[in-house]
Design a protein around this ligand. Structure first.
Ligand code: NAD
Length: 497
């Protein structure tokens, strides 16, 4: 919770940005000294200059990461040693929680209360959890004939390029860093150009915790410059990417054009929230649908942006979701009571407003919101918006909006609900609301999504995998399964005479 004695406006005015890269344990400017302005979505004003990493800077960071990996300064440490250092790293994240939360708030627009209560603790818990796990993982001995011994071991993959988006900058970085570092890899992280600030501080905290120089490097910059250079690099062994499906496609292409590095894509979503007429608590379902959608300004990959409701209860349900929207009025993100902040930048705001126009043009009925908010601030705020009368062919039902906009679609029976829910290029998450146990199981099995919730939406934990079917990606972040991405399986045969 936000400390009531803190004046976040005063703290925000006092922020001093160090936008230099972190390479080989040190702060560095870009080789050519280039920077870009980091703009706050709260008011459209610059927060500070950030190094504009390009190919030459990526080369330097990858060389540092490679050297660190090859000499074993991290990879060859006993797991218990890596564990201690990563635990310290997580502790330092918690100790810096107010600073990190403030940076996340002013850099990407999320309310300070959630930056404090969600983003910082979730990042620290992620690092802690993988630190804890690393000295409890055992390798395997195969059931071979007595004449031989076959060991199946996991080895770190090498240099990992992590490319992350702006919606949960720290958490997304943490989901890569936790398992990648715990497994002994070196990492070069490219944060989004829209929210680079916390990544730079994380790298400093890691160094302070004892992560050796070169093991965790951060090169901020643009996707088509630093991002492309990292994904094309011949000395990068794996790319752990989170972002749009469009960019994920490019990651596969970069790998094909370079060294066939492993590519793990965590991509977009258009998640279905399916409410049957035997749902016992329609009010809770409506409150949950609105809360899950409007949290983080709707900028969540798993936001339930297609709400499918049985036609018998659809009018009532739509009215309840629209009424809930009123509880998410955009406010000043630095005010600890604000629940809906600013969209990340002007481009994203224009994109979202464009989808709202498209919804109206295609004949959907806007029953809440539908416009820009807090225009006088110079920031990028959009009203929580609900469309009724949406069909699954409309642009607002097919494409990921990534803003506070949801649509109500109607269905007649279970088969139609499943067909509509699965009729999407995406398959990240879904939710079923029904009081019939057998229906809930049946539909949960039929939904093509990486995570399916039954009678809830927001349960989440580092212990379970997160990722998508279809064009929502391939790899899985979180849980012990994430180690699959950051390790190679090796078989060693030993003859026994
Ligand atoms: P994006 O694809 O535009 O950018 C993501 C990252 O890729 C950024 O760091 C960007 O600089 C970089 N990038 C962009 N173009 C590149 C290129 N040509 N070469 C190399 N790198 C490039 O996505 P975004 O707008 O930052 O993030 C929003 C997207 O992320 C949404 O689609 C959302 O659903 C998705 N997302 C998915 C998950 C998940 O776990 N599945 C989680 C969060 C966000």
């Amino acid at each position: 919770m936000a400390n009531p004695s803190i004046d976040w406006h005063v703290r925000a005015r006092e922020i001093r940005i160090d936008g230099r890269m972190v390479v080989d344990g040190e702060r560095r400017t870009a080789a050519d000294g280039a920077t870009f302005d980091c703009i706050s979505p709260l008011n459209g004003q610059p927060l500070g200059a950030v190094a504009r990493g390009r190919a030459v800077d990526v080369d330097g960071a990858v060389a540092a990461a490679r050297a660190a990996f090859d000499d074993g300064r991290w990879a060859h440490q006993a797991p218990a040693v890596r564990k201690k250092i990563l635990q310290r790293f997580a502790d330092l994240i918690l100790a810096a929680k107010e600073e990190l939360a403030l940076l996340e708030c002013v850099d990407m627009g999320k309310p300070i209360q959630y930056a404090l209560s969600v983003d910082v603790p979730a990042t620290a818990r992620c690092i802690h959890w993988y630190a804890e796990a690393v000295d409890k993982l055992y390798d395997e001995v195969a059931p071979t004939p007595r004449s031989a011994l076959a060991l199946i071991t996991r080895e770190p993959v090498g240099v990992v390029g992590a490319i992350v988006p702006w919606n949960y900058p720290m958490i997304m970085a943490g989901w890569k860093l936790g398992p990648a570092l715990a497994a002994g890899n070196s990492v070069v992280l490219k944060p989004s150009e829209k929210s680079p600030l916390t990544a730079l501080r994380l790298a400093e905290l890691a160094v302070a915790a004892g992560v050796p120089p070169g093991v965790f490097n951060v090169v901020p910059g643009f996707g088509h410059e630093a991002g492309e250079a990292l994904a094309l690099h011949m000395e990068v062994d794996a790319i752990a990417f989170t972002g749009s499906t469009r960019t994920g496609r490019r990651m596969l292409d970069y790998a094909a054009r370079s060294n066939l590095k492993r590519v793990y894509n965590e991509l977009g979503g258009k998640s279905a929230f399916v409410v049957f007429d035997d749902c016992g608590d329609v009010t809770r379902a409506a409150v949950t649908a609105a809360g899950a959608l409007f949290f983080n300004q709707g900028e969540s990959c798993n936001a339930p942006s297609r709400v499918l409701v049985h036609e018998r209860i659809a009018d009532e349900f739509a009215a309840r979701v629209a009424a809930e929207a009123a509880n998410y009025a955009p406010g000043d993100p630095l005010n600890p009571r604000t629940v809906m902040g600013a969209l990340v930048d002007e481009t994203q705001m224009r994109t979202v407003l464009g989808y709202i126009d498209a919804g109206r043009a295609e004949g959907a009925r806007c029953i809440a919101g539908g416009g820009q908010a807090r225009v006088e601030t110079g920031g990028y705020f959009v009203e929580p918006t609900v469309f009724d009368g949406v069909t699954n062919r409309m642009k607002i039902a097919r494409e990921e909006i990534f803003g506070p906009v949801t649509g109500i679609l109607r269905f007649k029976d279970e088969a139609e609900a499943i067909a509509i829910a699965n009729d999407s290029p995406y398959g990240l998450q879904a939710s079923v609301w029904s009081d019939q146990l057998s229906r809930a199981h049946r539909v949960a099995r039929a939904l093509r999504a990486g995570t399916v919730h039954v009678n809830q939406y927001d349960e989440d934990d580092i212990t379970v995998p997160f990722g998508g079917f279809k064009q929502s990606g391939n790899g899985r972040d979180k849980s012990l399964h994430a180690f699959d991405k950051y390790t190679e399986l090796k078989t060693t045969w030993i003859r026994i005479d």
